[in-house]
Design a binder for this molecule. Structure first.
Ligand code: CA
Length: 310
């Protein structure tokens, strides 16, 4: 009898542990509204908008999310990119029959998504800014030569500019010239973002490093970012991010954007052990093995949106 029971128990355990994982998590990422991913500044000429989000769309789709990947100008002003994104959102709504979308933007994609939610809040369920320079990037101030005089030594300035140029070269496949346009960089300076925030203040913290409003005009606002420029010895990008991180002195940053500037709406976390590229699971999945995987963070967020009925 006892032997019979043990056989039965064994069979049950085998059945449980061989169930496909996906079926256990069915619906985990199934948001009510489609998710639209909005890329950042860089050209990624040799990568493309889908692979920019390395493995993230599939990780979200695996348990029910409808995911769309926007392509806007790699390097242009926030407003120009925002208008392009608005057109794309209307296409997604037409194609799916959905009434709204959830926008998730990385880097300059954060302010780009904010633009759409500001001008057409009726079309947007939520905006999530990942590593977004919502109050500007000190790095852009340096590259554009508008950093406060005397705030950095010549050596630091040179390292930051060299790190940035080398990174653009790696990302665009062209090591001879920086691809980022002046319009894009001007949008991302501290002064440029201050102007943008005056026109589009939704979700932006009113204090230097606090949270913003969780909900404005019916749109939910969220943000997260990393705060560790060097995370993986195998990733060629990390050496450059270590140089560009010098633009922030001792303030927490992800190599390109300061943690406080990344804040928008509800701050999920501003100190993941990730750098700016890890936040989109780059380079090709070379991230911090001691931190929650970026794909998991996106999946958790989809589940969070789902829990809110978004
Ligand atoms: Ca990385």
């Amino acid at each position: 009898m006892k032997q019979h029971f043990l056989k039965w128990l064994g069979a049950v355990l085998v059945a449980i542990f061989t169930l496909p994982v996906a079926s256990l998590a069915a619906g985990y990422t199934e948001t009510r509204y489609p998710i639209v991913l909005v890329h950042g500044l860089f050209g990624f000429d040799n990568i493309g908008p889908v692979d920019y989000w390395y493995g993230i769309p599939d990780a979200l789709r695996a348990d029910g999310a409808k995911v769309y990947v926007a392509q806007v100008s790699a390097a242009n002003s926030t407003e120009v990119r925002g208008e392009q994104l608005l057109s794309y959102v209307k296409q997604v709504l037409a194609a799916t029959g959905a009434q709204k979308v959830n926008l998730i933007g990385h880097s300059h994609g954060g302010p780009t998504a904010r633009y759409v939610a500001s001008v057409r809040p009726d079309l947007v369920a939520s905006v999530t800014s990942v590593g977004g320079p919502n109050k500007g990037a000190a790095l852009a101030d340096i590259i554009r030569g508008v950093a406060p005089a005397g705030s950095f030594t010549e050596n630091v300035l040179a390292s930051v500019v060299n790190g940035f140029s080398a990174m653009i070269g790696l990302l665009s496949g062209d090591t001879t010239k920086p691809q980022a346009s002046e319009a894009a960089l001007d949008s991302l300076t501290t002064a440029g973002m201050a102007r943008f925030n005056q026109a589009h203040p939704e979700g932006v913290p009113t204090t230097a490093c606090g949270e913003g409003a969780y909900q404005v005009n019916g749109v939910y606002y969220f943000s997260w970012s990393g705060a560790q420029p060097y995370t993986n010895v195998l990733d060629p990008m990390d050496a450059n991010l270590t140089m560009t991180a010098l633009a922030y002195g001792f303030a927490k940053n992800d190599g390109l954007v300061g943690s406080c500037s990344s804040h928008l709406g509800r701050v999920i976390r501003d100190d993941y052990g990730m750098n700016h590229m890890d936040e989109v699971n780059q380079t090709i999945g070379l991230v911090n093995i001691f931190e929650t995987n970026p794909k998991t963070v996106y999946r958790q967020h989809a589940n969070r949106l789902r829990g809110l009925g978004l």
